[in-house]
Write a new protein. Structure first.
Length: 239
């Protein structure tokens, strides 16, 4: 036996040379897998700016240093990668979507915050993703953070956390093709807020940014905190 049964941690062998290498590899895996945080589940190739200890769930079509590792957990270590295979029941916090996921033995599925989950992983879950957007100087601008793909959106709310400056008198909040879908005539002062409740839920079938549009002027700066309130669905797994 050269590895542990559950986490595949390397074991020391009798009369092994350079024992510290094996021990350090085991510690690196433990450090990443305990209280698991995955930076994203959407990358198929290694990011250029990975820091030691950060982990990703490798997406389908893995390439580069991740080739052949689709579905694995990739842990950055000393300029290279250590891989681990998730087991059914593991949970992880996904950093880029601010969500908790559970592995069903085949893939990562949502952990319902409210709603329902079947034994094979079919799920209905209500979620809120919150993020800050620093306003750039100029006109209409998209947010870097996206509305998740296949999200059924009920509302987008917002609060100004740094006063919006410039010649702008007010602003609108929407998405591509609908610049005021979530509000218009919104305030620029500290703690001004938006309650962009939709009359009917709207489903986005691909990732889509929010769009901020200045009214009667242009932006110079400021910061807005957004929350996207939506429902998410997952299909059943394979028994």
């Amino acid at each position: 036996m050269t590895e542990t049964a559950n986490l595949s941690l390397p074991l020391l062998q009798a009369a092994q040379a350079q024992k510290h290498v094996t021990v350090n590899e085991a510690l690196v895996k433990l450090d990443a897998l305990v209280q698991l945080r995955l930076q994203s589940l959407g990358l198929a190739a290694p990011p250029a700016d990975a820091h030691d200890g950060q982990a990703w769930g490798v997406a389908a079509g893995a390439s580069g240093d991740w080739a052949g590792q689709a579905g694995s957990i990739a842990i950055a270590d000393n300029g290279g990668w250590i891989f681990a295979e998730p087991l059914a029941g593991w949970r992880a916090w996904i950093v880029d979507t601010d969500s908790e996921m559970r592995h069903d033995g085949t893939r990562w599925v949502p952990v319902a915050t409210s709603g329902a989950v079947t034994p094979t992983g079919a799920a209905f879950a209500t979620r809120v993703v919150e993020f800050d957007h620093p306003i750039s100087a100029g006109g209409a601008q998209p947010t870097t953070q996206m509305i998740p793909s296949h999200a059924m959106v009920f509302a987008v709310t917002a609060r100004v956390i740094d006063p919006i400056t410039g010649t702008v008198q007010a602003w609108s909040l929407g998405s591509e093709g609908a610049p005021d879908r979530f509000g218009s005539g919104l305030g620029t002062g500290l703690n001004s807020y938006a309650l962009g409740v939709l009359g009917q839920p709207m489903t986005y079938y691909g990732p889509e940014p929010l769009v901020l549009t200045p009214l009667d002027g242009t932006f110079a700066g400021g910061k807005v905190r957004f929350a996207v309130h939506y429902a998410e669905f997952a299909p059943p797994g394979v028994v």
